[in-house]
Design a protein around this ligand. Structure first.
Ligand SMILES: Cc1cc2nc3c(=O)[nH]c(=O)nc-3n(C[C@H](O)[C@H](O)[C@H](O)COP(=O)(O)OP(=O)(O)OC[C@H]3O[C@@H](n4cnc5c(N)ncnc54)[C@H](O)[C@@H]3O)c2cc1C
Ligand code: SF4
Length: 576
């Protein structure tokens, strides 16, 4: 199974999953056994809730159409304990889409509501050539954030939830949508997951079966290539003629600090990454000023790494811990206290990797549709805008009593989402040639604002042959005060997955050490373990401690599959 040079690609050990068979349900249950709603939105993150709010704004002025949608015109299905519980972002956002969604609100009111922390007035970008040195450079175009706003997406989702509920949305939290229901080639709703099953799937005393949720239109707003989104892409061949999706993984902490940070900071490495083509690590960091409800000064700090790397010992969590020991960071955090931690993957392919966004009966919005500009690390405004456009498309179709949602595709292309993603469609790919040559080519693409022709390709992250390198040698040993291990980090997420819940992580459990090491180091939550007595070379068993999982989604990029756990399981992020 090795390719002869100590390298193994994870895609040679695909997860035991048949998504069309398992995650697509053919036909609805009988009418008296299902819940009927007008529009079903899967995912109560920024994108899904923008869609719910916009739809309810439109319906508020149109009682006739509202009436036709029945008792529950808009339902949002969210697997976290509350909306926001599973949402994480940097997050400095371009404000226009949010201003458009809630036009009556001022930015001062965003801050009073507790999800926004101030307009960016100063910023600085650094290279970190070594563990001690930092060199300030002129701000490259993607990092220009003057006028943008620092927010918390988990707090924003909570705010959007309140707005949507006040406007009449039915928000089913602690509910996973586990199957897409397809009838006569059209999505007609989703099925919610069972609750109260034991380790082997057996019903426990508190067992509650899932229910079909029938809808006139369904919106998949599951975030980074979700469970049903993946099934829909296969079922309706939505990725045909597109580049494969690629991923990045971000680990973030929020710190209470002793003095306020007066600017936004980004660093572009190379330390502590190894940017040679052999290691293929591309990543960077952010440090953003924030405040909590009590007005105390906080900072958001995070490390993002592309999942295209080749060294199995790459760990975004440990890279962040190590990065914190750089003097540039120490002088900001020293004397402070870590108050939150989280991890999440994001789609990195941009324009060419976006799947077709509509299918009969359903639409993809936000990260589910891959609408992130990873040059600038920005997706929130695209999520909001795409949610709004989805709502407008659905509303227009409902008005004409039509179920044709295909107009969404062009509407996205012609909107700020399509225009901005088109401009940077070839800008990220050259970085895979290394920071020096790639950086120059990428710069050219950015300066041309997308006018240079061509389509730069992407390669699947799980097809990258992995080797066991020495990135791990740079990682600091956690001291429990300033630097932390994975398990104490998971602990502060409020992660609550029952010990006897069924395993929601699908991976092969007997794989070459290179693949097992990749999962062990990559997983920010310490889910994968290789037994101490496993052989140094060849195939090893992998232990999967799935109850630690924070549902970051990275495993899906590197040879496994995150499926939906029982609703309510997983982290409960507050301010990420
Ligand atoms: C580390 C990191 C840093 C980032 N920094 C920035 C930044 O600074 N600025 C910026 O603009 N963007 C940034 N982004 C991107 C931005 O955060 C995302 O584009 C955006 O938050 C995605 O919103 P979403 O609503 O599409 O998905 P999500 O926020 O992921 O929401 C999806 C929701 O769906 C729920 N869900 C998923 N599947 C199911 C299911 N089957 N059943 C029920 N519920 C389900 C999830 O629990 C979740 O609540 C960053 C992203 C990351 C990961
Ligand atoms: S097991 Fe969970 S936390 Fe770990 S990489 Fe996979 S999805 Fe992320």
């Amino acid at each position: 199974m090795h390719n002869g040079n100590g390298k193994v690609a994870p895609d040679r050990f695909p997860p035991p999953v048949d998504s069309r068979k398992e995650f697509v349900k053919r036909g609805l249950d009988d009418e008296d056994e299902l819940i009927e709603v007008g529009v079903a939105i899967v995912g109560g993150g920024t994108a899904g809730l923008a869609c719910a709010n916009r739809l309810l704004q439109l319906l508020a002025d149109d009682p006739e159409t509202l009436e036709r949608l029945g008792e529950v015109p808009v339902a949002v299905v969210e697997k976290a304990k509350t909306c926001g519980g599973h949402n994480l972002s940097g997050a400095v956002v371009r404000p226009q889409a949010l201003e458009e969604l809630f036009p009556e609100m001022t930015r001062e009111q965003w801050r009073e509501e507790g999800f926004a922390f101030g307009e960016v007035k100063k910023e600085a970008v650094y290279l970190t050539p070594t563990s001690k040195l930092s060199v300030r450079i002129p701000t490259p175009p993607p990092f220009k954030n003057h006028g943008n706003e620092v927010i918390s997406v988990s707090a924003l989702a909570r705010y959007q939830q309140r707005q949507a509920e006040d406007a009449g949305a039915y928000i089913l939290t602690e509910t996973s949508a586990t199957q897409l229901v397809v009838e006569d080639g059209k999505v007609v709703g989703v099925r919610s997951g069972d609750k109260g099953r034991g380790k082997d799937g057996e019903p426990l005393g508190n067992f509650e079966p899932g229910t079909d949720i029938k809808a006139k239109a369904t919106v998949l707003a599951e975030g980074c290539w979700g469970h049903l989104t993946g099934a829909a892409i296969k079922e309706f061949d939505l990725a045909k003629d597109r580049e494969p999706q690629v991923w990045e993984l971000g680990v973030k902490e929020v710190w209470k600090v002793t003095k306020p940070l007066d600017r936004l900071i980004h660093t572009m490495g190379p330390w502590p990454l190894k940017i040679s083509p052999k290691y293929g690590q591309i990543g960077g960091t952010w440090i953003y000023p924030m405040k909590n409800a009590a007005g105390e000064d906080l900072v958001s700090i995070g490390f993002v790494v592309e999942l295209e790397y080749a060294d199995a010992t790459t760990s975004a969590h440990d890279l962040l811990q190590t990065f914190k020991t750089h003097p540039l960071v120490r002088k900001i955090l020293e004397g402070g206290e870590r108050v939150a931690w989280g991890a999440k993957a994001l789609p990195g392919g941009g324009y060419w990797s976006m799947p077709k966004l509509s299918m009969p009966g359903a639409l993809l919005v936000g990260d589910s549709g891959g609408m992130v500009d990873t040059m600038a690390l920005k997706g929130v405004h695209h999520c909001i805008k795409s949610g709004m456009i989805a709502a407008e498309t659905i509303y227009a179709a409902l008005k004409r009593s039509s179920s044709d949602l295909s107009a969404y595709e062009d509407a996205i292309d012609e909107s700020s989402v399509g225009r901005e993603l088109w401009e940077v469609r070839n800008a990220r790919q050259p970085l895979q040639k290394g920071l020096l040559i790639g950086g120059a080519l990428s710069g050219l693409q950015q300066v041309s604002k997308g006018k240079l022709p061509g389509r730069a390709d992407w390669h699947r992250n799980d097809a990258k042959p992995m080797f066991i390198g020495n990135t791990k040698d740079v990682y600091v040993k956690p001291d429990g005060k300033y630097t932390f291990d994975k398990l104490s980090s998971v602990f502060i997420t409020g992660n609550a997955t029952r010990d006897d819940a069924p395993n929601h992580i699908r991976v092969q459990k007997h794989v070459p050490r290179e693949v097992a090491e990749t999962w062990t180091w990559m997983c920010p939550a310490g889910v994968y373990e290789i037994p101490d007595d496993a052989p140094e070379e060849g195939e090893v068993d992998v232990i999967v401690n799935y109850t630690n999982c924070v549902q970051c989604g990275a495993i899906t990029a590197k040879g496994g599959r995150l499926t939906t756990p029982e609703g309510g399981d997983g982290p409960l992020y507050q301010i990420l």
